[in-house]
Design a protein around this ligand. Structure first.
Ligand SMILES: [Zn+2]
Length: 148
């Protein structure tokens, strides 16, 4: 969602009001570059994307599931629902630019981790421990010592 004033791509969501059903969502946004605010009516884009899990299983991309996973990692941390929404928005924009219909779960996991790390270190580590699907504690330790 580009800023209508300066066309900058990077915007923050200040407020989201979901309309029931597939009506879409009304978002109040602020441009990160020029600081101007604007409102968008966004149709919920159903991202047609398949996720390949580490065990080889394929499932449909599910925004709610992704958001819930992040929320769980942020439990009792100072990360707001809005920040999580923003994060998922960023991931979805990124996924759309990839122009692919299949993506691996670990790629999405890394995209989340890159962003989550800037928000909260502990949430980042929690998410990593669940999403990166480490086989053992050593793998996890190596990850912490040499993060992506
Ligand atoms: Zn702007």
């Amino acid at each position: 969602m580009n800023c209508p004033y300066c066309n900058n791509e990077d915007t923050n969501v200040l407020e989201s009001r979901g309309l029931p059903g597939a009506e879409g969502v009304r978002r109040r946004r602020q441009c990160k570059k020029c600081g101007k605010r604007f409102t968008t009516h966004e149709k919920l884009v159903n991202i047609d994307l398949k996720i390949i899990k580490k065990n080889g299983k394929i499932e449909q991309y599910d925004r709610d599931k992704l958001a819930k996973g992040i929320m769980k990692a942020c439990y009792k941390r100072k990360v707001s629902g809005r920040q999580i929404e923003n994060l998922v928005d960023e991931i979805e924009s990124k996924l759309l630019t990839l122009n692919t219909t299949v993506v691996s779960a670990s790629d999405i996991g890394k995209m989340v981790l890159n962003r989550l790390r800037r928000l909260d270190e502990l949430a980042y580590l929690r998410f990593a421990s669940v999403y990166m699907d480490f086989n053992n504690a050593d793998e996890y330790k190596r990850f912490i010592l040499a993060p992506i």
